[in-house]
Design a protein around this ligand. Sequence first.
Ligand code: ADP
Ligand code: MG
Length: 383
Amino acid sequence: MGAQQVADRFAELYGAGPEGVWAAPGRVNLIGEHTDYNDGFVMPFALPHQAVAAVSRRTDGVLRLHSADIGDSVAELRVDDLAPGGDHDWTAYPAGVVWALREAGHAITGADVHLASTVPTGAGLSSSAALEVVIALALDDLYGLGLRRWQLARLCQRAENVYVGAPTGIMDQTASACCEAGHALFLDTRDLSQRQIPFDLAAGGLRLLVVDTQVKHAHSGGEYGKRRAGCEKGAALLGVDALRDIPYDGLDAALARLGDEEIVPLVRHVVTENERVERTVALLRAGDPRAIGPVLTEGHASLRDDFRISCPELDLVVDTALAGGALGARMTGGGFGGSAIVLAEATDVETLTKAVEEAFAAAGFTAPRVFEAVPSAGARRLA
Ligand code: ADP
Ligand code: MG
């Protein structure tokens, strides 16, 4: 999606060109799944797919929103009337960001927005965060708020949690706001400290495939809430603030103390997953990206067997890829559909893609969408 194209459409809609054009990417989580609401570690990287928004300020309290991907007419809201709850459509994401900024004391007096996105929606690739972050960055720039990237991410999370009503962690927005090309982002979700970890796949002769199963996940749905509540119960039973506080070498003792059959596998997933993130960081720092393959695969088994959020389509991607010689594979994102990632030798990409497509056809599943993920830049101004 070119900046010029988005700016041109803005001018058609609103009668004058925008003050600027901004972009924010979707993300893939390399490792660290369902750890973010447990104060744990995550490691996403940004996709080349991004939301692009052309934006101008207004001074009359009016917020006009248009998405090229929805095809509706322009939505017109009043910033004074923005309030969480109620029946929201897609405009809740950008409107929620305006609401969160105003709640934080920033005098946003309106805006005209036109946006277009290449991030697939509902595929676990965070089209929602891309949408929020692009708006937050544009308003930060235009209104001269001087907010740090992590602060923008926090405000976007608040927009999604409170305004939209989807209980998500901080990873998606931080990834979209803070990632750098050629790197994965190690994020400690407790203190929001972050490190850019070199993740240059091409240099090592590797590729990372994203396989969108086209099974739509219901992210704000009950299963996510159940897992989250289960983790919170586990932390309470163990007398810690969050499962992050259970060290990996204290896991067995903690599980023995839990005495709740349903909570044990949830705790085991979170504690082992944090360890897998740390192992992945160490391997990448040691310049050994091939060696993270088995760590990814272990992560999938944990999500499938302990956290129980996989689905037949995701398992089929992983099993087929591994049988075809992939270095590692796992589901990524919230679960129950969405996407899986496959780490493979560059030379195996074609045969692996074909194998997954054939396996889906044989199983009678909807054809998956397979694409290569190159670690890309985070949110930025384009024009
Ligand atoms: P994910 O973030 O995994 O893609 P979510 O359910 O969190 O899935 O967010 C998807 C929602 O975000 C869509 O249903 C829509 O409301 C909104 N959205 C995402 N991209 C766009 C877009 N380009 N235009 C309008 N709304 C969008
Ligand atoms: Mg989302």
